[in-house]
Design a protein around this ligand. Structure first.
Ligand code: ADP
Ligand code: F6P
Length: 474
């Protein structure tokens, strides 16, 4: 392949921010992909002369993609085997469950590890081709943990950052991984390894000492080639100003009004927006809601639950089982408690555009975000940003990274069914003054700690003394 060194900032992520999908008229169109990583990075890079290296979805040759808001798209192809063994296998059926408290059983297959290495090598090579001499390269997430090490071998001139969007597990869980040493060494190819929370950095430091015998603190690790790798917590965020502006738009306010009307004009709307993932606690939430209906604590005409659950990783067995179970449970609850024209749960599996999401957030009196474990959970932050009216109660799991930054939310342990029910009732019945005081405090926190602050803090730590931030307008 010809050399095409083109960018001084390269973001490397499993997914590109766009995906091909079919428009209503049957034409192929590029659409923003749902998911936290894209939501975080897309607003950040807009109009920055950067390249995004990633997978465009699907299998077969890498498509030629248009620039997206001034950012070059460089697609990395995956074959059918890569998709099955790297993305669906090692990334999402081995690492994902281990990194999320093993709430589902992780699987181990040697073939998956081979694919993980192969695909990481391909991403490293594609990145080495597009990065200018001395460029800053920012590798994202658990799909690509070997890329920092592989890239350093190919291009020692680069400054390499790695950021993990998901939790990094405690040593006793990580130690289960047959290839734990290789995974740690891959990450240590970076100059800076960033996590969502300080606990994750601590887990990582403990592991590199335990597994690799390297001296480590929660801030610095001395590696064999006489380098110091810095580590730290950089909680990711959203473009809160953009979401607030969207939510304040007259058409969005009107759409929210219309939605409430279409929902039958209930006193209270509870909303959940998740990828269909077993980490999101959807089944536990449905059970809590069902028991509240059964106990007569909430009534269908007064209260509705809107559950948006966009299908995700649809060929992975555990995700198929989850979807079946959720849909059966929604059917059961609606059958048992709904009335003609008045379902207990409005269940939607479609991807929505940002304006529709903002309208949904504005109509939600209670936003129920109750994952069993989540690196951050940007939906919680989007809801807060959208509540420009300072209203709305956020019910938030203690096990979402966002809970550390939004302690004013109504916090619950989603593993505790009674606690979850009580939390939901507390949020539904809260005094308006209490709801507003909490929302104001959360909005203030989010205004200061938005996606730009996140990028500034990470990139200034990575690019010590460099000019990257000035170029990014930071
Ligand atoms: P994760 O990274 O696990 O998917 P997050 O809550 O951090 O979880 O991020 C999810 C992102 O995906 C949010 O930005 C949210 O707005 C977006 N999203 C979730 N559901 C939908 C949907 N149905 N349509 C469009 N975007 C969605
Ligand atoms: O960080 C969690 C994550 O894997 C992100 O990389 C991604 O934005 C999101 O979940 C959606 O997952 P997928 O890319 O598998 O659809």
């Amino acid at each position: 392949m010809p050399e095409m060194r083109e960018s001084s900032l390269v973001v490397v992520a499993n997914r590109l921010p766009i995906d091909d999908s079919v428009a209503p008229d049957g034409a192929c169109e590029w659409r923003r992909t749902p998911g936290g990583l894209v939501s975080a990075l897309h607003p950040l890079l807009r109009h920055t002369p950067a390249t995004w290296v990633g997978w465009a979805g699907g299998t077969g040759p890498a498509p030629d993609l248009p620039d997206v808001d001034g950012v070059r798209m460089r697609s990395v192809p995956l074959t059918g085997d890569d998709l099955r063994d790297h993305y669906e296998g090692f990334a999402n059926a081995t690492l994902w469950p281990i990194y999320h408290d093993a709430v589902e059983q992780p699987e181990h297959h040697r073939r998956w590890w081979d694919a993980y290495q192969r695909v990481n090598q391909r991403f490293a090579e594609a990145t080495a081709q597009v990065a200018e001499a001395g460029a800053v390269v920012w590798v994202q997430d658990y799909h690509l943990q070997l890329v920092p090490g592989l890239l350093r071998d190919l291009r020692p001139d680069l400054r390499i950052g790695f950021f993990l969007h998901v939790p990094f597990p405690p040593p006793e869980l990580f130690m289960q991984l047959p290839r734990r040493a290789e995974l740690l060494r891959g990450m240590l190819g970076a100059d800076l390894v960033g996590f969502q929370r300080a606990q994750a950095a601590h887990n990582f430091a403990q592991l590199v000492t335990k597994v690799l015998g390297l001296p480590a603190t929660d801030r610095r690790i001395a590696v064999d080639d006489d380098r110091i790798v810095r580590i730290g917590a950089f909680p990711v965020s959203i473009d809160s100003a953009e979401m607030s502006a969207l939510a304040a738009r007259a058409d969005v306010v009107e759409r929210a009004r219309r939605l409430r009307h279409d929902l039958g004009g209930p006193d209270q709307v509870i909303l959940s927006v998740d990828r269909m993932d077993y980490t999101k606690g959807i089944e536990q939430r449905l059970k809590a809601y069902s028991e509240l209906l059964e106990g007569g604590h909430v009534k269908v005409r007064d209260t509705v639950l809107v559950q948006v659950a966009v299908p995700s990783r649809e060929r992975v067995g555990q995700y198929q089982i989850l979807r079946d179970r959720v849909e059966r449970e929604v059917g059961r609850i609606n059958g048992e408690f709904g009335r003609v024209g008045e379902p207990a749960i409005h269940y939607l599996t479609q991807p929505f555009d940002r304006a529709e999401l903002a309208a949904l957030y504005r109509v939600a009196d209670v936003m129920a975000v109750t994952p069993l474990r989540d690196g951050m959970n940007l939906v919680a932050k989007e809801y807060v940003a959208a509540r420009v009216d300072d209203d709305g109660a956020l019910l938030l799991s203690e096990f979402a990274g966002a809970a550390a930054e939004l302690p004013q939310a109504y916090l619950v342990n989603p593993h505790d069914l009674e606690g979850l029910k009580q939390g939901l009732l507390a949020a539904l019945r809260a005094e308006p003054a209490d709801v507003r005081a909490r929302m104001r405090a959360m909005r203030e926190q989010l205004r200061e700690h938005d996606i730009h602050a996140w990028a500034r803090s990470y990139l200034s730590a990575l690019d010590q003394g460099g000019s990257l931030l000035t170029r990014l307008g930071g």
